[in-house]
Design a protein around this ligand. Structure first.
Ligand code: PGA
Length: 248
């Protein structure tokens, strides 16, 4: 059976006080029957590490450098994340691709750096609305995945893949369960072509996942959990989504 996982992507949200309230609520709640992770902004790693200590909730970051170390002002190395107890790091989020010009090669290199430092990269792929309307979804996400699989080879079995249609992120308009399943099945097949154990690869769906649509999404055979933005900032919503993932 594949791992199921729900990861929160806080994006650029939070404050010392708000984080404490949110993490205290998550830690106090019964553990769901799935892996739970929170990906927090860099300055809050130490705070989150301390608050999550011994909780069984994993800590993650939202990006890392493709370089090991050096003169890269403003960048954060995967090895640094590891020192703060991170187990995961999101790479290739569409906001990084779109706003910071990260291409497929950069995303693949970041995933490789993360793995080299013992982190699980949560690799995001997804198409824009325009690409979907032009029936390019599979071509786009296929190439995004290929770049990672080519560079990583068999090591790609250590990643978590996240399908996040750009048009569904932060819009309140989730992909339907059928739309998401179709792309997940396509991606799994693509991974199989690269001769990795695709059946064991955890694949998360992300994009406007809420407590009221989580159950149907996670019931799909190729959807193994979610990458949750807005709803991960509310403990009750995040826990309800985790419970939905844990019930499959
Ligand atoms: P959303 O974001 O849940 O707020 O749509 C998901 C993401 O960007 O990872």
């Amino acid at each position: 059976m594949r791992r199921t996982m729900v990861a929160g992507n806080w994006k650029m949200h939070g404050s010392l006080q708000a984080n404490r309230e949110l993490l205290d609520a998550l830690v106090a709640a019964p553990r769901p029957a799935c892996e739970l992770a929170v990906c927090v902004p860099f300055p809050y790693l130490a705070q989150a590490q301390a608050l999550l200590d011994g909780s069984g909730i994993a800590l993650g970051a939202q990006d890392c450098s493709m370089h090991e170390q050096g003169a890269y002002t403003g960048e954060v190395a995967a090895g640094m994340l590891r020192e703060f107890g991170c187990g995961h790091v999101i790479v290739g989020h569409s906001e990084r691709r779109g706003l910071h010009g990260e291409n497929d090669a950069v995303v693949a290199a970041k995933a490789q750096r993360a793995l080299a430092c013992g982190l699980t990269p949560i690799v995001c792929v997804g198409e824009t609305l325009e690409q979907r309307e032009q029936a390019q979804t599979e071509a786009v996400v296929g190439l995004q995945l290929d770049a990672v699989l080519h560079l990583l080879g068999a090591q790609a079995e250590g990643i978590v893949l996240a399908y996040e249609p750009v048009w569904a992120i932060g819009t309140g308009r989730s992909a339907s369960a059928a739309q998401a399943q179709q792309v997940h099945a396509f991606l799994r097949e693509r991974a199989r072509h690269h001769k990795i154990d695709a059946d064991a690869l955890p694949m998360l769906y992300g994009g406007s996942v809420k407590p009221d649509n989580a159950r149907e999404l996670f019931a799909q055979p190729d959807i193994d959990g979610g990458l949750i933005g807005g709803a991960s900032l509310k403990a009750a919503d995040f826990l309800a989504i985790a419970a939905a993932a844990g019930s499959h």
